[in-house]
Write a protein that binds this ligand. Structure first.
Ligand SMILES: Nc1ncnc2c1ncn2[C@@H]1O[C@H](COP(=O)(O)OP(=O)(O)OP(=O)(O)O)[C@@H](O)[C@H]1O
Ligand SMILES: O=P(O)(O)OC[C@H]1O[C@H](OP(=O)(O)OP(=O)(O)O)[C@H](O)[C@@H]1O
Ligand SMILES: [Mg+2]
Length: 283
């Protein structure tokens, strides 16, 4: 078996969730401390702990077969890699923001203005698409202080809660790109059986995250109404109870409409509803 290499962020916003998803796939390894490389003891895999900016290129060049990194970093690097799976964390939006007092209302009004950013490639493409010529000032961090220091008229940076913009007297103005953490592979890596095995494990962890396991009791007279509300993986499991007029129903329900579903189940006669997290769903 080939020993794969996967590059993940050494420290920062994506580190913890990247480690978590790999551990949830059943992989045993020492987390990053002083060593920048860790060997998985129960799968042919080595984990490289890197600065996130370096990950796309490592994967493009095949030094790492796989990587977990934000889409924003991949697009900025212009790396030629294969997108294998969105991972549902590190969600943020790259936005242009302007000082609260600014009178700019349209993208065209950025013409001739100075915009500070750590994402010059993405910003340049966005401005070009909008037929705007602006002066892009590339800085590596703390971009939000640019306008306050007189460095720029606007900024282009990552926004999540909007708290950083607010505390720097800025307001969001236009959306440049949405991003989340993704699993990437070097070209052709998706054909390797080891990559397919790891991808299948990741998918089963992601599917489990989107669902909950539910057990409930219902009188037989109401069973049809309750079962019609429950998709299950195939169909719900129905188990007899000591009281012959009642049954227990086991099923999975989606996280996204969880409370609506629970309320409908109660209205249909479900009682004693117990909800449990699911670790993995194997397709
Ligand atoms: N506020 C946020 N909310 C959600 N996701 C974010 C946020 N800020 C950044 N991200 C995502 O997390 C990634 C890593 O962010 P982080 O701030 O840790 O990067 P960094 O400081 O460049 O790290 P490194 O030291 O590895 O270069 C970003 O590229 C982006 O995809
Ligand atoms: O909208 P918010 O929720 O406030 O998040 C946005 C901030 O988060 C990121 O920085 P981070 O806190 O990771 O610091 P860093 O850029 O110095 O690493 C980003 O660069 C913004 O400054
Ligand atoms: Mg970085």
């Amino acid at each position: 078996m080939k020993t794969l290499k996967i590059a993940i962020q050494k420290s920062g916003r994506l580190n913890e969730k990247s480690v978590e998803i790999l551990k949830n796939c059943g992989l045993s390894f020492e987390n990053y401390k002083s060593s920048l490389i860790s060997t998985v003891t129960n799968f042919p895999l080595e984990i490289l702990f890197l600065r996130d900016d370096d990950i796309p290129e490592y994967v493009q060049d095949g030094i790492a077969d796989l990587g977990i990194v934000g889409e924003n970093v991949i697009v900025e690097a212009g790396a030629e890699v294969t997108y294998l799976q969105k991972l549902g964390f590190g969600k943020c939006t790259l936005k242009i923001a302007i000082p609260n007092e600014s009178r700019i209302t349209e993208v065209a009004q950025l013409e001739g203005k100075a915009i500070a950013t750590s994402y010059p490639v993405i910003l340049e493409k966005y401005l070009k698409e909008n037929h705007v010529n602006a002066d892009i000032r590339t800085i590596s961090g703390s971009v939000e202080i640019g306008p306050g220091l007189g460095l720029s008229d606007a900024i282009c940076d990552i926004v999540s809660t909007g708290g950083t913009l607010k505390s720097n007297g800025l307001k969001p103005f236009s959306e440049v790109m949405k991003s989340e953490a993704v699993l990437i592979g070097s070209k052709g890596s998706e054909l390797l059986p080891e990559v397919q095995e790891l991808l299948q494990r990741i998918l089963s962890v992601l599917r489990a995250k989107e669902t909950k396991y539910v057990v409930l009791n219902v009188a037989k007279v109401n069973l049809k109404k309750v079962v019609d509300l429950l998709p299950g993986v195939k169909s719900p499991t129905v188990v007899p109870l000591f009281d012959e007029d009642w049954v227990a129903v086991h099923s999975v329900i989606a996280e996204h409409d969880f409370w609506e579903k629970i309320n409908s189940l109660k209205a249909a006669g479900a009682q004693g509803i117990v909800v449990m997290p699911i670790e993995k769903i194997i397709a």
